[in-house]
Design a protein around this ligand. Structure first.
Ligand SMILES: *[C@@H]1O[C@H](CO)[C@@H](O)[C@H](O)[C@H]1NC(C)=O
Length: 325
């Protein structure tokens, strides 16, 4: 009894002031989330030699590969009002980076729409969601010849249909065609908002989940950043350095873009958060291997296609979108 009481005290060392933003496996099962949709036995952690990653280097950072950054922009999930959409941000950021890798960092970055997932994914909301869910939804869109739209046709507004915060109660966040991609031609009565049916989009051919340091390193080295769960309670006031708190539970999602090695603190993950660039190290945090539950619950996606000038696959729309209905 005494030991139990002590444990209860120490397991609440960090106050949990924010709601848990990550679904449990039970919640995922209720929502029909499959953890993997790829030919099992074909991923880098399963056949590392096929991917040339039998051994991983001490340091690898997709934000600085011989001076080239394959990292897309940092985001802030908490404006224009608080929204617990980390699970959508982590997956969109990691997928965006993988598109940038596929494009060899050429051209303007492709900026994927988190709001599209919030409106249409059915795998989470401003009150939390699934780690693998966003990729399952993008895969199902991809299988039907569609995909996730870009930020310029569906900007992040930090709302989902159940949310009443800030501006959210004043608009419809359900998955209508307008809430996939839209534009607004001019002020009414002459103008109106219309859905863009043939919007720029990105698709994936496979996704999966992994956990553990070795599998994460092999996947990241072979194919790029991944999204992972983390314990956010101990890092709300993080400013810089290598965080090494053990962590108690996954309640938040981030993306892991690589790892490094410190002479005194040892190996650490390079983690992009979605709390804005004012937080931490320009929006990033370094997390010691084994700390903060980062290695428990990760997801990856394999890029299939994306709309880009070098692919000549854009449907060229009028300003008002009339020819893209
Ligand atoms: C973060 O700092 C604020 C202001 O000093 C403090 O009230 C809060 O308890 C701290 N939170 C954590 C998790 O340490």
């Amino acid at each position: 009894m005494f030991a139990l009481a002590l444990f209860a005290v120490s397991s609440h060392a960090y106050p949990r002031t924010r709601p848990n933003e990550v679904w449990s496996r039970e919640q995922e099962i209720q929502h029909g989330i499959k953890l993997n949709d790829y030919p099992l036995g074909s991923a880098p952690h399963e056949v590392p030699h096929k991917w040339g990653v039998a051994s991983v280097p001490d340091e690898l950072n997709w934000c600085d590969m011989d001076g080239v950054s394959y990292c897309t922009r940092s985001r802030n999930q908490h404006i224009p009002q608080y929204c617990g959409s980390c699970w959508a941000h982590g997956s969109v950021s990691a997928l965006g980076d993988r598109i940038k890798i596929a494009r060899k960092a050429q051209g303007a970055d492709i900026d994927l729409s988190v709001q599209h997932i919030l409106n249409c994914g059915g795998v989470g909301s401003c009150h939390g969601g699934s780690v693998a869910g966003p990729y399952q939804w993008i895969k199902s869109k991809s299988d039907k010849g569609s995909g996730i739209s870009y930020e310029t046709s569906n900007p992040y507004l930090a709302c989902s249909s159940e949310s009443e915060e800030g501006i959210c109660g004043n608009a419809d966040w359900s998955c209508t065609p307008m809430n996939e991609a839209r534009t607004c031609s001019t002020f009414p009565p002459q103008g109106k908002c219309l859905p863009i049916k043939q919007f720029p989009m990105a698709s994936i051919s496979a996704y999966g989940t992994i956990s553990g340091q070795t599998a994460m390193q092999k996947e990241i080295a072979a194919r790029g950043p991944i999204s992972c769960g983390i314990d956010a309670a101990p890092i709300l006031n993080y400013t810089s350095g290598i965080a090494d708190m053990r962590g108690e539970m996954v309640d938040h999602v981030i993306s892991v873009v690589g790892w490094g090695k410190d002479d005194t603190k040892g190996s650490y993950w390079i983690v992009r958060n979605s709390w804005g660039e004012y937080w931490g190290e320009m929006g990033y945090i370094r997390v010691a291997f084994g700390a903060l539950k980062v290695e428990e619950q990760c997801a990856w996606a394999e890029v299939k296609d994306y709309t880009a000038p070098e692919k000549n696959n854009q449907v060229h729309c009028f300003e008002g979108g009339e020819n893209c209905q």
